[in-house]
Design a protein around this ligand. Structure first.
Ligand code: ACO
Length: 181
């Protein structure tokens, strides 16, 4: 479209097919159908969709980007050692980003940046939430630049974290600390 009009909204059950299709198109890892069901039904998962309202009617609500994330108890997380606990706050949590993607024709317009900003804004509003974290494969420069630009900190390199087509690949673990962590 000539003048995209990007909006952000929660993912809903009508997004199922498109969500699965984009995941298949852009990720080297296969996600199970239970994952997509949990995302569209919001079961233990928070998510945001990006849509282009300037597209023709039958596409104006179709996903062109998404971010999916889940809650993890800070004490059960692999970055337990990096959290400064505040015993007055009760059960502290983190948000773990599962998947982030923007379809190719909509890249380099700041959509991924806005999607991650939605996650950070949401997490910052939860007093028990101490941070947002994620894994990224070590050769994904676009994503690594994005997380660095958004002030995520790279805290770990995990050797052989991903197994893709019987080959191991390293991952970086990035964290964005919030609420005094
Ligand atoms: N090369 C270098 N830096 C890049 C690139 C690139 N190709 N793309 C984005 N960036 C960085 C830049 O710093 C950019 O800011 P700038 O242009 O002002 O310098 C910043 O990221 C923001 O870029 P956006 O336009 O917001 O990113 P976009 O909407 O194009 O989406 C994404 C980036 C999500 C990585 C996209 O390329 C994509 O979908 N790739 C395939 C799937 C993927 O790799 N997802 C992330 C995996 S990690 C995970 O899911 C937890």
């Amino acid at each position: 479209s000539l003048c995209p009009s990007i909006h952000y909204r929660p993912i809903n059950p009508n997004d199922l097919d498109r969500l699965e299709q984009i995941h298949r198109d852009i990720f080297p890892i296969k996600y199970e159908s239970e994952f997509f069901q949990s995302v569209v039904n919001g079961v233990d998962i928070v998510s945001w969709a990006a849509v282009d309202r300037s597209r023709p009617d039958d596409h104006s609500d179709e996903l062109i980007g998404f971010v999916t994330a889940k809650f993890v108890l800070a004490k059960d997380s692999e970055i337990d050692d990096l959290i400064h606990y505040d015993s007055s706050k009760g059960e502290e949590t983190l948000i773990y980003i599962l998947t982030l993607g923007v379809v190719e024709t909509y890249r380099n317009r700041g959509i991924a940046m806005s999607l991650i900003s939605e996650v950070i804004k949401y997490a910052s509003g939860l007093s028990v939430c101490r941070g947002v974290y994620l894994h990224v494969i070590a050769h994904n420069n676009a994503a690594i630049c994005l997380y660095k630009r958004l002030m995520f900190r790279c805290v770990r390199r995990l050797h052989g974290f991903y197994l893709i087509n019987r080959h191991h690949f390293d991952a970086f673990l990035f964290v964005y600390f919030i609420n005094g962590s």
